[in-house]
Design a protein around this ligand. Structure first.
Ligand SMILES: Nc1ncnc2c1ncn2[C@@H]1O[C@H](COP(=O)(O)OP(=O)(O)O)[C@@H](O)[C@H]1O
Ligand SMILES: [Mg+2]
Length: 360
């Protein structure tokens, strides 16, 4: 099937400062694609170029079977939601929702039908006669989303729509956006710097750094098989533990060595092909366990430095070879800072990265 949106060899530069270079990406029909990356990596620039709000230096933008590279935003068949709600303060919610449709000259009955549908989807029915100043932040953002939805187009673009909300509202609205996508079944491209939003909402995440897509894959693939050190370190909280060391071949089998650790990789099919040389071993906090030795895992000796209770689980930080590492257990910890420990490493779940940072 034709992709809903295609970005082809996109280049965007300000003078000789190139923000995006030769980027290509296809977004499938009905897909929820999240653009994730640190501030300044080019997420908004990319989204705005799809919306037609940003001049491009080179390349093409296609929406379904149309080359819209030079089309006006209003002719692209997209709806967009921004971080700042940008509502008209003097207009009621109803007027805010209908404004674009009235300008476009839609018949009155059609406008009313669309507002009714949208208001019901977003639970705005009882708020239609209020002005933005009479709404909470979450309600305002619902209206901003509604203003995109009334256009009843195929592709919706969101630029950090939840960033201005407090944590509780952010969580609530995040779930609603997911429900909305499930019930509407259209294509959504959603920009965020928040990994939780990316992991929970996306069918696929495009994780970006300096205008370059580092990995484009499902949340699970990105979390469990990050393609390089940047992705591995960006996704996951607390972050993946990184242990720098070296692969040494002993009688043909690779052994990971670092500061007295020696971990035989022969029993781990996807690590056992590792070649001799410097590497970084990456292991997530939930793949280090206090009783790991019982499962036959290699252990790492350390001293507990900080215990962070998080409610459902607890993160323990410990010092090993001058480095701070963390692991996560379910429930409460009984250990105190200063306790000597030797948790086990679930090497089957670990990642190895070469000297250039790429996954081995
Ligand atoms: N008008 C502009 N002139 C020059 N550089 C710009 C302009 N707008 C954005 N940039 C640069 O483009 C890069 C990407 O910005 P942006 O797309 O807003 O990042 P993000 O949305 O990921 O935070 C940044 O380095 C920013 O400084
Ligand atoms: Mg931005």
């Amino acid at each position: 099937m034709q992709p809903a949106v295609s970005v082809k060899d996109l280049k965007i530069a300000y003078g000789d400062h190139t923000v995006i270079d030769k980027m290509s990406i296809d977004v499938a029909q009905r897909e929820f694609l999240v653009l994730l990356g640190p501030s300044g990596c080019g997420k908004s620039t990319l989204l705005n170029s799809i919306a037609g709000l940003q001049d491009i230096t080179d390349g093409e933008i296609w929406i379904s079977d149309k080359n819209v590279t030079w089309a006006e935003p209003k002719d692209r068949g997209i709806g967009m939601v921004f971080q700042s709600y940008a509502l008209y303060p003097r207009m009621s919610v109803r007027k805010n929702l209908s404004f674009g449709l009235r300008v476009a000259g839609l018949p009155k009955a059609e406008i009313e039908a669309r507002i009714a549908r949208t208001a019901s989807l977003l639970h705005l029915d009882k708020l239609l006669d209020r002005r933005p100043s009479e709404l909470s932040g979450g309600q305002r953002q619902r209206v901003a989303i509604g203003r995109a939805l009334v256009r009843e187009v195929n592709v919706f673009l969101f630029d950090e729509p939840l960033s201005n909300l407090d944590a509780k509202l952010r969580n609530e609205l995040r779930v609603e956006i997911k429900k909305l996508h499930q019930s509407l079944g259209n294509t959504m491209i959603y920009v965020t710097h928040d990994q939780v939003e990316a992991l929970t909402l996306a069918d696929r995440i495009a994780i970006m750094k300096d205008g370059v897509i580092q990995q484009l894959a499902s949340p699970s693939e990105i979390y469990h098989r990050p393609t390089n050190l940047f992705v591995a370190g960006f996704i996951g909280a607390p972050a993946m533990n990184f242990i720098e060391g070296e692969i040494v071949l002993k009688g043909g089998t690779p052994v990971f060595e670092s500061n007295g650790l020696a971990i035989d990789l022969a029993g781990y099919p996807f690590l056992s092909a590792a070649k001799a040389g410097p590497v970084t071993l990456g292991i997530r906090p939930e793949h280090i366990a206090p009783n790991g030795a019982d499962a036959g895992w290699p252990t790492i000796p350390g001293t507990v430095s900080v215990v962070e209770p998080m409610g459902a689980d607890t993160v323990l930080w410990f010092d090993w070879a001058g480095q701070s590492l963390s692991y996560r257990i379910m429930g409460d910890a009984i250990l105190q800072p200063g306790t000597a420990i030797a948790p086990g490493l679930d090497i089957a779940k670990a990642s190895l990265f070469g000297a250039d940072g790429a996954r081995l």
